[in-house]
Ligand binder design. Structure first.
Ligand SMILES: [Cu+2]
Length: 645
């Protein structure tokens, strides 16, 4: 039933299946997913045969990709955790999980959502508790300099609550979170790579955010049925201040986001250009769009005061609708028609193209950057003329990655494959050259891939070594662990002509997107500078309890295997703030601090200071203990808190 290689006969079979997807799009999606539970049915079936093929494929070279004990991985992979709300750091090629960075989730290892410092970043309700405890991280993208990663920040979105977070790459900790106004379902995110006007600014200063769900812009509970008035906005956030600089109200929604290498354009693929509120409406149009934003023109319009504001938001919002941008020479946006319901847009490392795939069409649409700029100059009759190729590549194409050698790799959700296609051959074929064969290779993945990405593939330094397929279903690939299966990330060696599947890595639900960065681009700090914390308790002799009315501050230090106070006393009803500085300077000598029955647990890294505040409402003796193993006498590392009745 399934083809195993990229032969001409296989390409015919793809065309045959096109009819299937066009006439029974919804059924096709259902079959693709249902097949995960039924090994005998549907186009995604035959896992047993696929497994055999994979083993044969990997052959005796499996050891080549192992990272022996004591050896370090060549690459870092940073992965969004999906509805886990975190960002994970893996090593590649080993697939070993190193760290989960709490971002939008609560985390009692680090104390994220528990310490005052983390709550300040997350935002709080009037009672001091975190404003949100849930998150849905989809896309991780680092800051750029000169077209490649500068190792400074990672930006990540929260789809649920419309938030953007920034992670410092030196400590791999979240340092800012901003909630976007007028946004529900914030999906795509991408930093810019240089300034559109000032050539001296060759690094990231903006982050673009695509609003997915259309909502009433003044969302006051009065407008359920007038869906034609619902709108989505595209936002630009300042990479340093993390304040929202401007927004663009558009037709349709935004999905994924990409930015150009020259800084001039940002873009987003759009499904639901119909502005439908029900899914049959969202699939009704034959074509959707990839929308392009002219960054310099938008900023000039904002500067000229040509904007509105909505509700309580002060952010300037410009009009990016089709009707408001009919003249290309002054347009802020350009809607390039692409195959229906696309899910993904990715810029090629040479800066020339954007690949945009339609999940209800077996094609990838290739848009040329220079031609979009020509449209903005009024030199194209129709925005569709910016399309330079549209190869048929397989069923359910989603995301495209590049190897820096002129090849593109697209995940095929329904076919459970990665297809490798050649960009120049696709362009020739589109021009009518019948000898040009865009598809050069295919490989099965297990199963239903979502995002796929190549090592450094989102930079001008794409190195063409690895492709990682983040699959939505793992079913028979791992030992069963109950109803919720792990997902798979499958590592594919793309350095040769043929793709080679070299490892299955299990991953905790549910990664969406990742990036792969060589280890030499990452420089982390191992010990904090105590002077960075204004409230640091710099000497164990400074440990004390200070009282101002009912507000009590406990100044505390940790130094293995003791805390700076053996015991202290507060009164029932006091508002207690504990400030804890870890005086240890040794790398990895982290301490934890937990208070039973008071729901407090956090860590302090070497030379770091953190604080917690709580109401001492339960009288008694409480052993505050170190939770992070630190010393032979770790269990003895405790302090006693007495809450007087
Ligand atoms: Cu300790």
């Amino acid at each position: 039933m399934r083809q195993k290689s990229g032969t001409p006969s296989e390409q015919l079979s793809v065309i045959g299946r096109r009819k299937f997807i066009n006439t029974a799009a919804l059924a096709g999606l259902t079959v693709g997913v249902a097949a995960c539970n039924d090994k005998s049915a549907g186009p995604a079936a035959a896992p047993a045969a696929s497994t055999a093929a994979r083993v044969a494929n990997a052959g005796s070279e499996v050891g080549k990709y192992e990272v022996a004990p004591g050896q370090l991985d060549d690459y870092y992979s940073f992965s969004s955790g999906g509805h886990s709300g975190d960002v994970r750091i893996y090593g590649l090629p080993s697939g070993r999980l190193f760290k989960s960075i709490p971002v939008f989730n609560m985390d009692c290892l680090v104390g994220w959502g528990i310490t005052n410092e983390s709550k300040k970043i997350i935002g709080t309700k009037p009672d001091g508790s975190p404003k949100y405890r849930t998150g849905d991280t989809h896309h991780v993208h680092p800051s750029y300099k000169d077209g490649t990663y500068d190792g400074k920040y990672i930006f990540v979105n929260d789809k649920i609550h419309g938030r953007i977070a920034r992670i410092r790459m030196d400590t791999m900790e979240t340092d800012k979170i901003t909630e976007l106004p007028l946004v529900q379902g914030f999906h795509g995110i991408f930093p810019d790579k240089r300034d559109p006007v000032d050539a001296a600014i060759n690094h990231t200063t903006r982050v673009f955010c695509g609003g997915e769900f259309s909502i009433p812009l003044v969302n006051d509970g009065k407008n359920m049925e007038a869906t034609k008035d619902y709108r989505s906005v595209f936002s630009c956030v300042d990479a340093e201040s993390m304040e929202v600089r401007w927004q663009v109200v558009i037709d349709g929604n935004c999905d994924l986001v990409a930015s150009s290498y020259d800084g001039k354009l940002a873009c987003s693929n759009q499904y639901n250009t119909e502005n439908g509120a029900r899914y049959e409406d969202m699939m009704s149009a034959e074509m959707d769009s990839c929308i392009f934003f002219n960054v310099a023109r938008i900023e000039a319009a904002v500067k000229a005061g040509k904007f509105k504001t909505y509700g309580s938001s002060k952010v300037p919002v410009v009009d990016g609708s089709k009707a408001g941008n009919a003249d290309p020479k002054t347009a802020l946006t350009c809607y390039v028609p692409v195959s229906k319901n696309p899910h993904g847009v990715n810029a090629s490392p040479d800066g020339k193209y954007y690949a945009c795939s339609g999940k209800l069409s077996p094609t990838a649409t290739l848009i040329e950057h220079a031609l979009v700029l020509k449209w903005f100059d009024g030199e194209l009759k129709d925005a569709r003329e910016a399309v330079v190729a549209e190869p048929e590549i397989g069923l359910g194409p989603l995301h495209t990655a590049f190897d820096g050698r002129g090849n593109a790799y697209t995940t095929l959700f329904l076919d459970s494959q990665i297809v490798k296609w050649n960009v120049e051959a696709a362009i020739k074929s589109y021009k009518g050259d019948k000898t040009a064969k865009p598809v050069v290779d295919r490989i099965d993945v297990m199963y239903q891939p979502g995002h796929g990405f190549t090592s450094m593939g989102e930079t001008k330094n794409a190195d063409g070594k690895y492709f990682l397929s983040d699959n939505k279903f793992s079913k028979d690939r791992f030992l069963p662990v109950g109803p919720l299966h792990p997902e798979t990330a499958q590592l594919i060696d793309i350095s040769g002509d043929k793709m080679k599947l070299v490892a299955d890595h299990s991953v905790y639900s549910e990664p969406h997107d990742s990036i792969i960065i060589p280890r030499n681009l990452i420089r982390t700090r191992q010990v904090y500078d105590i002077n960075e914390f204004p409230n640091a308790v710099k000497d164990a002799k400074e440990c004390r309890v200070e009282r101002k009315g009912k507000k009590v501050t406990v100044y505390l230090t940790s130094q293995a295997p003791t805390f700076g106070l053996r015991e202290w006393t507060v009164k029932r009803g006091d508002e207690v703030t504990i400030i804890l500085t870890n005086l240890d300077k040794v790398e990895d000598l982290t301490h934890g601090f937990a208070i039973p029955k008071y729901d407090i647990n956090f860590i302090v890294n070497p030379q770091e200071t953190k604080s917690v505040t709580f109401i001492a409402d339960k009288p008694g003796v409480y052993w505050c203990y170190c939770t992070n193993f630190c010393h032979a006498l770790h269990l003895e590392m405790r302090s006693r808190m007495l809450v007087e009745a």
